[in-house]
Design a protein around this ligand. Structure first.
Ligand SMILES: Nc1ncnc2c1ncn2[C@@H]1O[C@H](COP(=O)(O)OP(=O)(O)OP(=O)(O)O)[C@@H](O)[C@H]1O
Ligand SMILES: [Mg+2]
Length: 357
């Protein structure tokens, strides 16, 4: 390379008719210049791998996110029973947030509330599977449970710091990261205040923009208030299908704020940083029957006899008194009950076969 410089200088000089003595000094100067130039070049190259890395992350991000993220509509229609409010609110909110041309002013925060077995965790799985090709295995979908990840009250401060680090690190890698917090009511009080800044209307925090991220919180808080209100509406003749989000939102917000758990007395709630409080309604017998049929179908029994369905229903209890409209455990224990009934059916068939021989 140095020789090329010398050759170039000599050519220019000879074109201008000057005589040039290529002294040792000149060569040293040229070599220094060249070294300097090489350092600048290497410095530049040093930045290139970072840029390539960032670009790859974007590409990966694009690959991970389903282009037709609204598979969710079909999945919920087919598999989630009796939750018309949750279906439409969640779908609408995610659609708006994930539009390609969307410029959200803040991260999306949804809080799903309802009694046990009404489909909150189940719905969150459909959300993850519809947004990320690799579903729960995607490194951009994060799932925490109160009991597993944040169980000890004495460690609240450590949990908070870890969570802040984790979220910041992940959103700086992928701005479309999704964070699901299940069993919020099992988390220490105020735990979720740690992430308040990430849900707020900031353009960026320490160089990271959180506005495209999504946070989903699941809990039982407000569940009993939902039942009371629904019963009241039922007694007044309102049809379940006519019930709207606005009938429940304020009620749930108050429930989440006052009842025990990660949102108790929470600044996140006080500062109105949750975009939608989504009610999961208690399930009636007709919905439970749908769950039972679906479970039989999953196990290869496409058209289960009414007798089998009734057999499973015997295991479930309904409340509250006096109307006993709602399943006390929703559809939660149905899978194992159907399995038991199927075993019984097979055993009876076996016995009949042996007896007839
Ligand atoms: N609305 C529903 N439609 C269809 N299946 C349902 C519904 N709700 C619950 N299930 C069935 O019950 C199982 C348990 O439901 P899920 O875990 O979502 O309840 P949950 O609301 O999260 O309860 P918990 O508050 O106890 O965590 C699901 O895997 C699903 O098979
Ligand atoms: Mg759950």
């Amino acid at each position: 390379m140095s020789r090329m410089w010398v050759f170039w200088i000599m050519t220019v000089c000879s074109l201008e008719g000057k005589e040039l003595h290529v002294s040792e000094n000149l060569v040293t100067t040229i070599c220094r210049l060249e070294l300097c130039w090489a350092r600048i070049w290497l410095g530049y190259m040093g930045r290139v791998p970072d840029k390539t890395k960032q670009w790859n992350r974007l590409e990966e991000n694009r690959i991970y996110l389903h282009s037709k993220s609204f598979l969710l509509d079909d999945s919920l229609r087919e598999h989630l029973f009796g939750q018309h409010i949750a279906h439409s609110v969640i779908l609408g909110a995610l659609k708006a947030h994930f539009r390609e041309d969307a410029r959200p002013k803040k991260a999306l925060a949804l809080s799903l509330h309802g009694l046990s077995g009404t489909g909150k965790t189940y719905t969150s799985q459909f959300i993850i599977n519809s947004l990320f090709k690799k579903g729960p295995k995607s490194k951009y979908a994060h799932f925490f449970t109160g009991r597993n990840h944040f169980s000890m009250e004495s460690k609240t401060d450590i949990y908070k710091l870890d969570l802040i680090d984790w979220i910041r690190g992940n959103v700086s890698e992928c701005d479309r990261s999704l964070f699901v917090f299940d069993e919020v009511d099992k988390m220490p009080k105020g735990m979720l205040d740690a992430i308040k800044p990430f849900l707020d209307y900031h353009e960026e925090i320490n160089g990271v923009d959180f506005r495209k991220a999504t946070f989903i919180f699941l809990s039982n808080t407000g569940g009993n208030l939902i039942v009371e209100k629904l019963l009241h509406m039922w007694e007044n003749g309102t049809k379940r299908e006519d019930i709207k989000l606005k009938d429940f939102e304020e009620l749930i917000r108050k429930g989440a704020f006052n009842e025990k758990g990660g949102f108790q007395r929470s600044e996140t709630i006080e500062s109105n940083l949750i975009d939608h409080y989504v009610p999961f309604l208690p399930l009636e017998e007709s919905h439970v029957r749908q769950c039972i049929r679906a479970e039989f179908r999953n196990r290869g029994e496409k058209f289960p006899h009414e007798e089998y369905i009734r057999e499973v229903l015997k295991y479930l209890t309904f409340g509250p008194e006096p109307h006993k409209l709602f399943s006390n455990s929703g559809c939660k224990r149905i899978s194992s009950k159907v399995a038991t009934v199927m075993e019984q059916i097979l055993r009876d068939m076996d016995d009949n076969f042996h007896n007839s021989n």
